[in-house]
Ligand binder design. Structure first.
Ligand code: HEC
Ligand code: HEC
Length: 270
């Protein structure tokens, strides 16, 4: 087949696909969720094949998810790729299953790097990295990312109870991290509960926290989809008080951030 033939055939198929998507199959956000098919002849036999669709522009159309299904998928995924992957796969994996294309084009293992605060550095907790990655696929309004950061620092976690626990059965004690850092989150929990950071209970705790976070992401995206999402998080008092001098409008303009200053600096000037 020549180059010209190839191009015109593709263009024709694209137009046909758009028409099918728009009328018969119910297009969502300008592209077809059910890939258009075309009939081709190979070895004198007619076969129906999927027409390759172009990956749509960002952001991709979100379809409301079953929050419980997201949690369960995220919990399982934790044991297959860590915390960041757990959340990302929980949300994007469910979109793959309920929507299909274009979500099926995302290899969710691209998020594994975030585990343990990025490869065990104890920096930003991987559930937050995974949450941000997932949210940003479907929206340019990133208020839910800020919200999940705040929620994570203030909520007593984990809440989720798996139907079948994969590491440790029964109740897992909760803690409030006070910080988006994996380090602070894990160590506060360890000190509070007496479990070592490498205890199976700690892995179970993180797996459940993955489920909670993925569920919260799905809840927020569902709300955003319905137009009912509202942000509840307000930055800690220290950020405002210390920021009065160290922030953008202060005399010592050398700090930005929303983490609670006192978790690291205490009441620095007393
Ligand atoms: C009234 C203004 C003001 C407020 C409010 C304020 N600071 Fe400062 N801070 C200063 C000034 C001025 C310096 C000295 C800056 C320099 O030397 O460049 C300083 C220095 C610091 C330093 C470095 C020196 C040191 O003392 O260790 C830290 C850390 C710090 N502030 C943290 C905080 C934190 C945390 C808060 C909130 C709990 C806070 N500051 C609130 C004005 C303020
Ligand atoms: C996760 C811990 C953490 C949090 C939370 C945090 N800081 Fe810091 N801050 C640090 C570290 C670490 C440094 C670098 C200190 C160094 O290298 O000496 C620093 C440096 C500073 C300095 C300069 C210190 C100096 O010696 O000159 C100031 C001022 C400061 N922070 C203010 C704040 C304020 C205000 C907040 C809240 C908005 C805040 N920090 C939140 C850990 C933190």
């Amino acid at each position: 087949m020549t180059e010209t033939e190839n191009v015109s055939r593709r263009d024709f198929v694209k137009m046909a696909g758009a028409a099918i998507g728009g009328v018969a199959l119910g297009a969502v956000g300008g592209y077809s969720l059910i890939p258009p098919k075309e009939t081709i002849v190979t070895n004198e036999v007619e076969v129906e094949v999927e027409v390759p669709q172009e990956v749509p522009e960002h952001p991709w159309t979100y379809v409301k998810l079953d929050v419980d299904a997201v949690k369960a998928r995220a919990y399982d995924a934790y044991f297959n790729g860590g915390c960041c992957y757990g959340v990302y796969e929980g949300v994007i994996g469910e979109l793959k299953e309920t929507v299909g294309f274009p979500y099926t084009t995302i290899p969710t293992k691209i998020s594994v790097f975030g585990k343990g605060g990025i490869m065990g550095w104890g920096a930003t907790c991987g559930v937050l990295t995974g949450a941000g990655m997932a949210i940003n696929v479907v929206t340019t309004d990133l208020a839910p990312v800020n919200e999940i950061m705040g929620w994570y620092t203030e909520e007593a976690l984990p809440i989720y109870t798996p139907v079948v626990a994969l590491k440790v059965e029964g109740d897992i004690p909760t803690s409030v991290s006070g910080s988006p850092l994996c380090h602070a989150s894990v160590t506060n929990w360890s000190n509070l509960t007496g479990f070592a950071e490498n205890a199976p209970e700690r892995a179970e705790r993180c797996a459940r926290l993955v489920a909670d976070t993925a569920g919260k992401v799905a809840e927020m995206l569902n709300d955003q989809h319905d137009g009912t999402f509202t942000a509840a998080f307000a930055v800690p008092d220290s950020v405002i008080e210390c920021g009065a001098c160290h922030g953008a409008d202060g005399p010592v303009n050398n700090v930005f951030g929303k983490m609670d200053c006192e978790t690291c600096h205490g009441d620095a000037h007393n």
